[in-house]
Design a protein around this ligand. Structure first.
Ligand code: FAD
Length: 391
């Protein structure tokens, strides 16, 4: 028995156990009853609904696929469905959650020592400690692997961080931010847990975004910001370790793209059944049905792709290029799908009250973050040809 929902045409939810479907059903109920009614208002004001955090905490899904440390130890497949369910109602909340649970907790889970995991992950699983992830810089986005300019200098048991980070989601209020910086001594990228209030760590909210307006993105300035060696992620030794975090979270973003497309499609389908023109519902017109079927085809193909991707992840067989292909493909399909949904709704498609306009705008950010289409394509291209186009 799959969850109800018009967009799960091939009943992919049936890949999950009954118990896991119940977890997903709780998430769906929360998103539909607590988030959907208020989110357009927050989107307009570019404000974050902090009052939702206790409800999100009670879902008990942070770090859903991590074993131990207060996390549920479920499958990557369920974690993927979770990202989709959140984005299906609101991509901003899905992004807030993805940054905390995927990027920030994931950095500690994959790159932290046993002590660091014991210390930081349980309070993060309970949302007592909220995380952010600072990799991108004002002058370095796609080229972070070789071009990261933020520096880390060791002085005894202390590290001194200097530089800037741009676009960092949750960072205006996060309790900890993972800062990726280049070690001045060996030139390698290392990760540091920087706590809110650390002297030399300053955030400034990025204003006037036209996408994911609920997400609080920051410009971070690090000025001789000192952290002790206990705050250095012990198993982040080179950029390869950072890339392992991105591999996992890129799969999650591909799922978000399916959710964003599905939310737009389901809104458009409901509209097509009720909106009347020429004395009949517009869903009766062949050209409108064609739009709906194009959308459903995109969503179904993308959902099948990410479901298999996550099953490969669960089997330990997902590589960088597998995740990159899904991120690139699903975000292209998402962008086309939300455009069709907007088109189907005529003028109402650009009114926020009909939701689809929010999906159209938010899709633009999902399309570019966690590696643009070009960069993810080049990762796949390198794997299939054996030639790196990066150099
Ligand atoms: P650029 O790298 O300047 O790219 C510009 C264009 O050039 C793109 O089209 C790109 O594909 C193209 N291009 C670049 N190099 C090549 C090449 N070799 N070949 C072909 N084309 C190329 N970062 C974080 O660290 N933490 C966050 O929490 C975070 N959240 C974000 C939230 C939002 C809403 C957004 C928009 C971004 C966020 N980012 C975050 C940053 C995001 O990951 C970057 O925007 C992304 O990696 C692209 O970098 P850029 O914007 O600097 O674009």
């Amino acid at each position: 028995q799959t969850l109800p929902g018009d967009g799960d045409f091939y009943q992919l939810t049936s890949l999950l156990s009954a118990e896991d479907q119940q977890i997903l059903a709780r998430v769906r109920e929360f998103m539909e009853t607590q988030v959907a009614p208020i989110i357009n208002d927050y989107w307009v004001r570019a404000a974050f609904p902090f009052d939702l955090i206790p409800g999100i905490r009670d879902l008990n899904v942070a770090g859903l696929s991590y074993q131990g440390y207060g996390c549920a130890g479920k499958s990557a497949l369920l974690d993927g469905f979770l990202s989709m369910e959140m984005a299906r109602v609101d991509p901003s909340i899905a992004t807030f959650f993805g940054v905390h649970s995927g990027l920030a907790m994931g950095s500690i889970y994959l790159c932290g020592s046993e002590d660091q995991k014991q210390r930081w992950l349980p309070p993060m699983a309970r949302f007592e400690t909220i995380g952010a992830f600072g990799l991108t810089e004002p002058d370095v986005g796609s080229g972070v692997a070789g071009g990261l300019a933020t520096t880390a200098r060791r002085e005894g048991d202390t590290w001194v961080l200097n530089g800037q980070k741009k676009w960092i989601g949750n960072a205006t209020f996060a309790d900890i931010t993972i800062i990726w910086a280049r070690d001045e001594a060996d030139g390698q990228v290392k990760g540091f847990i920087v706590e809110k209030g650390t002297p030399g760590f300053a955030t400034e909210k990025l204003e006037d975004k036209i996408a994911l307006r609920v997400v609080q993105n920051a410009l971070i300035t690090l000025t001789d910001c000192r952290v002790d060696d206990e705050h250095r992620l012990k198993n982040a030794r080179t950029f390869r370790d950072t890339a392992a975090v991105l591999r996992m979270t890129r799969a999650g973003v591909a799922w978000q793209a399916v959710g964003c497309a599905r939310g737009a499609y389901e809104n458009a389908l409901a509209y097509a059944k009720t909106r009347q023109q020429f004395g009949r519902p517009i869903g009766r017109f062949q050209l409108v049905q064609d739009l709906l079927v194009r959308m459903l085809g995109n969503i179904t193909a993308s959902a099948c792709m990410v479901a298999q991707l996550s099953q490969m992840q669960d089997a330990g067989r997902m590589s960088d290029e597998h995740a990159s292909l899904a991120k690139a493909f699903c975000t292209v399909r998402m962008r086309e799908t939300v455009g069709y949904a907007r088109e189907l709704m005529g003028g109402n498609g650009i009114l926020l009250e009909h939701n689809v306009g929010r999906f159209v705008a938010d899709a633009e950010a999902i399309y570019s973050y966690e590696g643009t289409r070009e960069i993810n394509s080049l990762i796949v291209g390198r794997a299939i040809t054996g030639f790196s186009a990066f150099v």
